[in-house]
Design a protein around this ligand. Structure first.
Ligand code: TRP
Length: 465
């Protein structure tokens, strides 16, 4: 008899990534996002440079890697989506809430992340068109006023809604093509482009008069700047940066091939992600200091400071185009991994075909996003606790749902899964890895990560401020 006709178990053919390199680029594509550009470099500069990076790496080891490994474990062991995992594994079914919370987080994040991605897309076009070329003929004050005006125009009226729609359509198209032809092919093509561009821009920045000052702002170790709040920030960042706590790494892990070394992949992704963040800082701050500006973080850095300072350099427009292209890649591959969480749940749990799932999910993301996250949108005026909806979605997902999801994942893998099952999966049945290291991971996962996550959570809820 043909195996495919076995009556009992209806085996749904499930796609996987083809090689370990594909796994690496897809996962790095999720981790590398706007966080590397507008969060990490600025936070590092303001919190003691290399001292902060050390603290960050410490939390990557204690929070980031243990949770990432756990998510990979859940995904690859069961080959299921973030909800389906808990149908298969022994343990309380109530942990399915992790998957549903992940689905909600993906929605909430997409509402505003696609808005920002839209701004980035529009800046790709604006820089290609040379909209910022004239800045070099103005005084710094006038040029600053101009970049602010361009950004205000980009973010208001109908224009950003159209760009947001485009960003959602790009993500939907990639996802409809599937895991191999969509996610794998796109990340394998674009991540090397992103890495090349960021290296080139960083090298260019090294030759500027402000290079020494910029580098020193970023990496000069200053342990006196390490306050309680910067340590708490490093903890939260280790978690957010690596796209943890919402089932993204469970879902991607379910597409890993069985030769993949899960622990090795976690280390490689975490360290490459830090490298990208540091390169971004090395690319940005020398330019900022060369023109005597104050470093800034957040959207202001990407949409005001960067167009301003880069356009003042020789060949600056080329650098600007490169910078926004790489930001667009970062935002797009991160969104793809986010939306794949609900897509996998819809196709496998609710048995809706992939294309229809993608259309339904991305339509809801676009419609709610477009009505809520723009100042001129129908619900743009709504405030919750003084926060607009854009910030409220971010708060709810990043500060509440994701740390909670991370905590539940830690508890499930740390306390409900047998240690020898973990060891077997993480060593590929004794083929790869170091059992001692995995033993250490298990202890950290049980006793340290949950406590740190509770601290992250309480801090994010504002209990320590
Ligand atoms: N890691 C992404 C960044 O640095 C942000 C992020 C958090 C994310 N959680 C995610 C991206 C889930 C994709 C999926 O910008």
């Amino acid at each position: 008899m043909n195996k495919q006709h076995e009556p009992m178990e209806k085996q749904v053919t499930r796609e996987t990534f083809s090689t370990s390199l594909a796994v690496f680029f897809a996962t790095l594509g999720s981790a590398v996002g706007l966080g590397n550009i507008w969060k990490f470099p600025y936070m590092t500069g303001m919190n003691g440079g290399a001292a902060f990076i050390l603290v960050y790496l410490f939390f990557v080891l204690l929070i980031g890697i243990p949770i990432m490994v756990s998510e990979f474990y859940l995904g690859r062991k069961t080959r299921k989506n973030a909800v389906g995992v808990f149908d298969v594994l022994k343990g309380p079914k109530s942990f399915k809430i992790i998957g549903y919370m992940g689905m909600v987080s993906a929605m909430l994040i997409m509402f505003f992340y696609s808005t920002v991605a839209g701004w980035v897309y529009s800046y790709v076009v604006k820089t290609i068109r040379g909209d910022f070329r004239f800045l070099k003929d103005l005084s710094i004050t006038d040029a600053k006023a101009q970049t602010t005006a361009v950004f205000d125009a980009t973010a208001s009226g109908i224009e950003p809604m159209i760009w947001q729609g485009l960003a959602v359509i790009v993500v939907a198209t990639i996802l409809m093509l599937g895991v191999k032809k969509g996610i794998e092919r796109v990340t394998k093509t674009l991540m090397p482009v992103l890495l090349t561009l960021i290296i080139l821009i960083a090298i260019r920045a090294m030759f500027l008069p402000g290079a020494a000052e910029g580098i020193s702002f970023l990496v000069k170790p200053d342990f006196s700047q390490l306050t309680t709040s910067s340590i708490l920030a490093a903890m939260g960042l280790a978690f957010f940066k690596l796209s943890l706590g919402m089932g993204t790494m469970v879902t991607y892990g379910s597409y890993f091939n069985k030769e993949n070394n899960l622990v090795g992949t976690s280390f490689k992704v975490a360290f490459s992600d830090v490298a990208v963040s540091i390169l971004a800082g090395l690319a940005i701050f020398p330019v900022v200091f060369t023109f005597g500006l104050a470093p800034e973080g957040g959207p202001g850095l990407l949409f005001n400071t960067i167009p301003l300072v880069f356009s003042l350099l020789p060949l600056g427009n080329l650098l600007l185009v490169s910078f926004f292209v790489l930001s667009a890649i970062a935002a797009t591959t991160a969104m793809v991994s986010m939306v794949e969480v609900p897509v996998a749940i819809f196709t496998e749990q609710f048995k809706i075909n992939r294309k229809l799932s993608v259309v339904m999910i991305t339509s809801v993301m676009f419609i709610i996003g477009v009505l809520t996250t723009h100042p001129d949108a129908l619900f743009g005026y709504v405030r919750i606790n003084g926060m607009n909806l854009f910030d409220s979605f971010d708060y709810l997902a990043s500060n509440v749902l994701m740390p909670l999801g991370g905590l539940l994942i830690t508890i499930f893998v740390g306390y409900y899964v047998k240690k020898n099952h973990i060891l077997a999966e993480l060593t590929n049945d004794g083929q790869v890895g170091n059992p001692k290291l995995i033993g250490a991971y298990h202890i950290i996962l049980r006793y340290i990560t949950p406590i740190l996550l509770i601290i992250v959570f309480l801090n994010a809820m504002g209990l320590f401020s």
